[in-house]
Design a protein. Structure first.
Length: 318
């Protein structure tokens, strides 16, 4: 019995010495919980440390900018990249996705600043030359240069004639925001010195599909804005003969050349004629051309029947 007691005491002394060697307070606490059984020391097993499981992070939605912009040959990708039937973006020469209002080739596009995808089949407000305009982009992403068909017959238009520039700009009304939808620009010939075109604001009426004019000349798609003052095509020698175009007068488009009326290419005279009752004409010495640039006139063409305007939609043998 004494020998057993001495053995236990010797065991406790050794345990105490061992315990003093621990530097961790937690380890010491665990050791002190040990139980003495049959002259030996049994140490309680420490509880395993549980590491909290992190929730999986959702992968970001891929965008055009996340697409690798190099191919297997390690050369930079450029040009159009189609993601789906309705999503595409454009990479610059440096492989960077374009954003904002951009010209590619002869067409304009708008690329969303967040996704970089081209805007399709939507209206979009775009600031051009310091002013905000409402533009429409078609199903292929191209800006529709003449949205009058989209706007419909209920649309209201303002025809701005800048006499100094021999140019017309047309805008559609955008509710209470005013005329902020650019529709189209036209080159024209206004009244020359001594025969100035009349200025002011006017409503329009149709004067005739063909109309006799002064000095033995005639015009197509005549629309009256004030008394004898008209919008009409460049002059013809014969009434009703679209192959009798006065070539010399047509080549003056872009310069003051008429006797007071406003001359146009046939396609432009027809547009005004077709939309006459939806329009108000504002004619001033100088009106800003923004956001348009002055268009160029087509070149006169000649057939066996005579000279004609190549923009005339009724001529088949172009």
């Amino acid at each position: 019995m004494k020998i057993h007691t001495i053995a236990v005491l010797l065991g406790l002394t050794a345990a105490t010495t061992c315990l003093s060697g621990f530097t961790s307070q937690n380890a010491r606490a665990e050791f002190q919980k040990s139980s003495i059984s049959g002259g030996s020391i049994t140490t309680a097993t420490p509880k395993p440390t549980v590491t909290p499981t992190k929730k999986p992070t959702a992968s970001p939605v891929p965008t055009a900018t996340a697409t690798p912009n190099s191919n297997k040959n390690n050369t930079v990708k450029t040009g159009w990249v189609r993601v789906s039937s309705t999503k595409k973006y454009y990479l610059s020469k440096k492989g960077k996705a374009l954003t904002g209002y951009r010209k590619i080739g002869s067409s304009y596009y708008y690329f969303d600043k967040k996704t970089t995808y081209a805007v399709c089949k939507k209206w979009k407000y775009v600031t051009l030359k310091g002013k905000k305009y409402k533009l429409y982009f078609g199903k292929n992403g191209k800006q529709v240069q003449d949205p009058s068909k989209i706007l419909g017959k209920s649309a209201r238009y303002q025809i701005n004639v800048s006499l100094k520039d021999n140019m017309i700009t047309i805008f559609a009304k955008n509710g209470n925001k005013g005329y902020t939808i650019p529709v189209k620009a036209m080159i024209c010939s206004v009244g020359k010195p001594g025969h100035l075109s009349r200025t002011g604001t006017y409503s329009l009426t149709r004067a005739g599909r063909w109309h006799p004019l002064r000095y033995n000349s005639n015009g197509q798609y005549a629309t009256r804005y004030s008394g004898p003052y008209l919008f009409h095509s460049v002059t013809y020698d014969k009434l009703g003969d679209k192959y009798s175009l006065q070539k010399k007068e047509f080549n003056k488009l872009g310069k003051a050349a008429s006797h007071g009326c406003i001359r146009l290419q046939v396609k432009d005279a027809k547009w005004i004629y077709d939309h006459a009752y939806q329009c108000t004409a504002v004619i001033k010495t100088k009106i800003s051309m923004k956001p348009f640039t002055k268009p160029k006139a087509a070149k006169v063409k000649k057939s066996t029947k005579g000279y004609y305007d190549p923009t005339d939609p009724t001529i088949a043998d172009k």
